[in-house]
Design a protein around this ligand. Structure first.
Ligand SMILES: *Cc1c(COP(=O)(O)O)cnc(C)c1O
Length: 350
């Protein structure tokens, strides 16, 4: 457990003193009160379902999420995809051209892109051969200016989850913020870190509706952290960052968790089928374990097999240029029909 941790020592000075934009809906919140005439936001008064600005605090979405995930509402922040959430974290805590972050390749590409955009140095520490974080090397690379450690677990593109004891050690010994990206947690048998939020004041967890919830098109990312961290991120987020159509669609989907679970179960069954079937493909050399809705496979020649698959109408992700992923392809689990067609194609391209 963390004893001495002061979030204010990590916040950029300009963010500490920032006066946030105050929108019309921040100043008069009670839109549910009947018979009020809203003449404060220069909206077009003729109703069409979206003529009013959306709720800047996305209260209904957060209430449903809070119930579903057993996390209080004040520990939740929503963004235009996880990508916006991650960008807000950079902008709140990393001083451009001064601070740095640590990422563990091979991993999700957005962390390094966001570091570049924000002019923040990205110190890389490769995962071990079994795709686990190397704790002592991470701690050795850490400096006074290291603000964030990004852990993607389950990890994209390797598919595995990081060991609980390793993550716990990092949460305890690393002196900055630890972001655990749980984009794929709903496909995993491993526990989410959400239950441990109270134990670690430096823990930030991100999730998304883009994968298991089947809503990549609406762009809704979720951030869970201490009240203090959420309050800081709230000060810098664009006032209406989650649009009305997105909020409506998210609410609809979050209210039918049974349907989401059914799809996840189908995907997991298909994952099992595809993984065992891939063993019959002559040029597949290794099938990595996965807790995600994709599987990483090592083949004899990734560039050649990628091109052959494309010719047959299958687009997969070639990860051969990522460290530790030589000749690896990442295959997303599709429908039953798509997966058997993929297997058929793989068997034909000998
Ligand atoms: C797909 C993915 C996301 C999702 O990002 P959104 O912006 O929410 O769509 C986040 N993290 C990882 C590791 C992913 O693979």
């Amino acid at each position: 457990m963390k004893v001495k941790f002061n979030i204010n020592s990590l916040v950029r000075d300009n963010i500490k003193t920032l006066k946030p934009y105050s929108s019309a809906r921040d100043e008069y919140k009670d839109v549910a009160v009947k018979n009020m005439v809203f003449l404060d936001a220069n909206e077009n008064p003729y109703e069409n379902g979206v003529n009013r600005y959306p709720d800047p605090q996305q209260n209904l979405v957060k209430e449903i999420l809070s119930e579903l995930k057993s996390v209080p509402k004040q520990n939740i922040l929503l963004g235009n995809g996880s990508d916006e959430v991650l960008d807000l974290i950079f902008r709140a805590f990393c001083e451009p051209s001064k601070d740095n972050i640590i990422t563990l390749p091979p991993t999700y590409g957005m962390y390094s892109v966001l570091a570049n955009i924000n002019n923040v140095e990205n110190k890389e520490v490769l995962l071990s051969d079994s795709f686990q974080p190397k704790v002592s090397q991470i701690l050795e690379k850490t400096t006074e200016q290291t603000k964030i450690l990004f852990l993607c677990s389950p990890n994209n593109p390797t598919g595995n989850t990081f060991s609980v004891t390793v993550v716990e050690e990092l949460l305890t010994k690393f002196n900055g913020l630890v972001v655990i990206d749980e984009a794929y947690i709903d496909f995993s048998e491993q526990l989410t870190w959400l239950e441990r939020l109270k134990d670690f004041p430096n823990l930030i967890i991100t999730q998304t509706l883009s994968k298991a919830f089947g809503l990549a098109g609406i762009r809704l990312g979720i951030c869970y952290a201490s009240e203090e961290i959420i309050a800081i991120l709230n000060r810098i987020k664009p006032p209406y960052n989650v649009n009305e159509l997105t909020q409506k669609k998210a609410i609809e989907r979050l209210l039918e968790p049974g349907n989401v679970v059914k799809e996840i179960e189908k995907i997991k069954l298909q994952r099992k089928w595809l993984m065992s079937s891939l063993e019959e493909v002559s040029f597949v050399e290794k099938i990595y374990n996965t807790d995600c809705n994709f599987v990483l496979v090592k083949v004899d020649d990734a560039v050649k097999r990628y091109e052959q698959l494309t010719e047959k109408g299958f687009v997969v992700r070639n990860r051969t240029n990522q460290p530790l992923c030589n000749n690896c392809l990442r295959l997303t689990i599709g429908t039953e029909k798509e997966n058997s067609a993929l297997l058929q194609a793989l068997k034909e391209i000998i």
